[in-house]
Design a protein around this ligand. Structure first.
Ligand SMILES: [Zn+2]
Ligand SMILES: [Zn+2]
Length: 483
């Protein structure tokens, strides 16, 4: 454990958060633990007491309220009488992208997910511009983000969207969080990265310099716009970059499709991608977090991916991790299959054969003679009483099959019925004939277990493909009863 002092700096949320959680197993160490001195694990945390009219202000993280809302508001007011030079506007937008990339390509894809490796110069650049986005240190950010992936949508998820869209956006930072609640994750690799450790140790200095001082100096030295650099390149740019990247936790869990898995909240949407420098294909990202890409199609907007790729060409990044498209397509297909199964289960496919009562042939003939509109096709008995009048081939034709074995008639002897006709017929099933031919084949296959695994969907329903209804017989035997 590095013995550096944690910095409860800007955007550090709860000061206790910066540190490792106290481990129950560890004996009282002679060394001072890496923990904020104000944090006492034995004292009940404020979040463990319900919020009331008297204590609500204790639940609020006032430092972050000032940092996330107060300072931008001051910046907006100051902008009212601060002239905006076009050079400063161009700089602010460019610096917005640079600091945004510090979060998306640096904090997120490099450090939280190790989806590629970076050379030291690139790491220093990303740690610096990422600091300029004012979203906490890499160490703190990546720790929470790993908990977010591991415990998505649960109480251990630091920014669970289940607690509301605004909560997942920035409510989780404006209100104090109980450090004991957030799921534990391993960040030993980050503790071994000297750039991460250095940035964490000197976080406040990094933030002040990269967030505010550098943009002021740049605009001041280059075109004498010191104040504009501070207001537009510093304060307002920080506000926009913060709000944009916060959308990864809110909008990306709320808006769009779920092509890979719909059991959790992450979603894919182009609007989120546009706002977050390409982090909008979040359903894909939660399935394949160590892939350096978020968008896998060439036409999708993912400037973070393009930057990483460009750095690779420049020799600054290497070991770009990528899932095989075979694995990606399997995930996509399984989700599609799930959707198909859901659709299938909503349709009427008729009573399953195994649930139909068995009828003797004579019983079938008797009932048909006594006025019940029964017709047997391939050993399955159907009650077509209410359908006779609607039969597209006319009443006479369908009546001629009643009480007979209409297998051959139905399968081409009189008329080669369509797949839709077989489907419709299946909804009228009422019984099966003892010894009926297709039924016997089906029973045998069922007993051998052949028919059970492959042809049932996730809901246990039999999958009946086009042309495979049990009434469909390709080479119908000549039937004595056939017309
Ligand atoms: Zn997420
Ligand atoms: Zn992630």
């Amino acid at each position: 454990m590095p013995s550096h002092q944690p910095t409860a700096g800007m955007m550090a949320v709860d000061p206790a958060y910066v540190s490792e959680q106290p481990s129950a197993a560890s004996k009282p160490a002679p060394k001072e633990p890496v923990r904020n001195t104000k944090y006492d694990p034995k004292k009940p945390h404020i979040t463990e007491t319900p919020m009331t009219k008297k204590n609500w202000y204790k639940h609020v993280n006032w430092l972050n309220v000032v940092l996330i809302l107060g300072i931008p508001l001051t910046g907006l007011i100051a902008a009212w009488w601060t002239p905006l030079y076009w050079q400063t506007a161009v700089f602010a937008v460019a610096y917005y992208f640079a600091t945004g990339l510090g979060i998306t390509a640096g904090y997120h894809r490099l450090w939280a997910h190790t989806s590629y490796s970076a050379t030291t110069p690139l790491k220093i650049f990303l740690a610096a511009v990422g600091g300029g986005a004012v979203e906490g240190s890499i160490r703190w950010w990546a720790r929470d983000h790993r908990a977010h992936h591991r415990y998505t949508d649960t109480d251990k998820d630091p920014y669970s969207v289940r607690k509301g869209l605004l909560y997942s956006h920035f409510g989780w930072m404006l209100m104090k969080q109980n450090p004991k609640r957030i799921g534990r994750t391993d960040i030993s690799d980050l503790n071994d990265d000297f750039v991460v450790v250095w940035q964490h140790k000197h976080y406040l200095k990094v933030v002040l310099f990269m967030g505010l001082i550098f943009p002021s100096i740049a605009c001041g030295l280059l075109w004498q716009d010191w104040l504009g650099g501070f207001i537009y390149g510093g304060i307002l740019r920080i506000f926009f970059v913060q709000q944009a990247t916060f959308c990864v936790n809110s909008l990306a869990h709320w808006l769009g499709d779920q092509p890979f898995d719909d059991r959790n909240s992450p979603r894919d949407h182009v609007i989120t991608a546009l706002v977050t420098l390409g982090e909008g294909y979040h359903n894909f990202h939660h399935e394949f977090p160590s892939d350096y890409r978020n968008a896998i199609e060439w036409h999708q907007y993912d400037p973070t991916k393009w930057s990483i790729w460009a750095w690779k060409q420049m020799g600054l990044a290497y070991d770009l991790k990528q899932f095989r498209s075979n694995e990606i397509e399997k995930g996509r297909l399984q989700q599609l299959q799930k959707k198909l199964d859901q659709k299938r289960s909503k349709l009427d496919w008729g009573v399953p054969l195994e649930q139909l009562p068995v009828m003797e042939w004579d019983e079938y003939v008797d009932q048909a003679k006594n006025g019940r509109g029964l017709i047997a096709v391939a050993g399955v008995v159907h009650d077509v009483t209410d359908f006779i009048a609607d039969h597209p081939g006319g009443k006479a034709m369908i009546k001629s099959g009643l009480g007979k074995d209409a297998t051959a008639m139905f399968n081409g002897g009189v008329y080669l019925h369509s797949n839709a006709a077989h489907n419709l017929l299946s909804t009228m099933r009422v019984g099966i004939i003892r010894g009926g031919m297709e039924v016997e084949i089906w029973k045998r296959a069922h007993a051998e277990g052949k028919d059970t695994v492959m042809s049932k969907d996730a809901h246990g329903n039999k999958i009946v493909r086009a042309g495979s209804q049990p009434t469909k017989v390709f080479d119908p035997p000549a039937s004595a009863n056939a017309a």
